[in-house]
Design a protein around this ligand. Structure first.
Ligand code: AMP
Ligand code: MG
Length: 331
């Protein structure tokens, strides 16, 4: 089954053709990052306008790259939410139009299900599994007993971990999105700053607003005292705390739910510090760890096409009444 999938929930206009939820035929990702970078973050109004300008071109380019026409496609899938409402609407309307004109089934996909199924493009998911979803908008631990069945067992109470990285980066004068450079600096610095381990308790909840404020206050205090901030050391201290709390609670959940498969998803899954620590811990505890290749970590339509196949098998079909949802729980 060949599915043409569309993703436009934030600042990437992306279209992909995926076969049977696991084979990538072609993917096009048009990132708006450079435009938003000058504002220090994604500007929703600009994002939706850029999606409008590019969506048809990206669909055409993806089909051309695959050497296919819509006649070769069995279904159309789209991210319906969560995300920026104006951005989502463009993808949803494009998908509805394509499905209607070409008389194809329309499959609605939850964005986070997409991030999880990015791993199915690497290796077939094995159940039961725990998914650690770490992105610019989400930090969740999800239990899956079978395909397209999701149970959220924990997550952030405030900022998402990627959002926290980007805000810390801003204080350190690192351009948006700061995650990758903070990660790089963290590997070049030493853990010499005294930062708190955020929400270090027995729950599966996370809280990143405290450590974010701690970094901001520390930077301001040093500035007022005329002291230079050791950016690489601060990046290292910050990353160590974040990685420690994420891995500590994830490993605890694996043990409590007696699960031997762990997958990581979302933009922060690209973080080298997190990958390295999880590799060590999973090795020690006999856990099968799967992380997506970097290109499938940040938003893309390939992951949506992979998830769509299993959503469809699970009965997820929409009609032209499908609407975009800015917020929606994964279930
Ligand atoms: P997403 O929301 O899934 O598109 O992911 C984007 C988020 O991932 C942004 O907040 C980035 O700063 C963050 N990110 C990307 N690469 C890294 C990295 N290597 N370390 C930490 N955060 C990262
Ligand atoms: Mg995302």
């Amino acid at each position: 089954m060949k599915i043409l999938a569309i993703e436009s929930s934030c600042d990437k206009t992306s279209v992909s053709i995926i076969e049977d939820g696991e084979k990538e035929i072609s993917t096009v990702v048009l990132s708006q990052m450079d435009t938003h970078a000058s504002y220090g973050g994604v500007v929703p109004e600009i994002a939706s306008r850029m999606h409008i300008e590019n969506i048809t071109l990206v669909i055409e380019e993806c089909l051309t790259k695959a050497n296919m026409t819509m006649n070769d496609i069995d279904a159309v899938a789209v991210t319906y939410g969560p995300g920026l409402i104006g951005s989502l609407l463009i993808g949803v309307e494009a998908a509805k139009t394509l499905a209607l004109i070409h008389n194809k089934p329309l499959i609605p996909v939850h964005h986070i299900a997409g991030h999880i199924y990015a791993n199915n493009l690497v290796k077939r998911l094995e159940f039961p599994l725990l998914a650690l979803i770490v992105s610019g908008g989400h930090t969740d631990i999800v239990l899956m007993e079978k395909d397209y069945s999701f149970k959220r067992i924990g997550g952030t109470l405030d900022d998402a971990v990627g959002e926290c990285y980007d805000k810390v980066a801003r204080v350190l004068n690192i351009p948006y999105p700061g995650g990758p450079l903070v990660d790089k600096y963290a590997h070049e610095g030493s853990d010499t700053y005294d930062l708190p381990l955020p929400l270090n308790d027995d729950s599966y909840s996370f809280s990143f607003s405290g450590i974010k404020s701690a970094v901001i206050n520390l930077a301001h205090n040093e500035e007022q005292r005329g002291n230079e901030i050791r950016v690489k050391d601060l990046a290292c201290s910050f990353q160590n705390r974040v990685v420690e709390i994420l891995t500590k609670k994830t490993m605890k959940a694996l043990k409590e739910y007696n699960v031997k498969n762990l997958i990581v998803a979302g933009g922060v899954a690209a973080n080298k510090g997190l990958r390295e620590r999880l590799e060590v811990l999973c090795n020690e505890n006999d856990i099968n760890l799967t992380v997506p290749v970097i290109k499938y970590c940040t938003d893309n339509a390939a992951m949506i096409g992979a998830a769509a196949y299993f959503a469809y098998k699970n009965g997820a079909i929409a009609d032209t009444s499908l609407t975009a949802k800015a917020t929606d729980t994964l279930k």
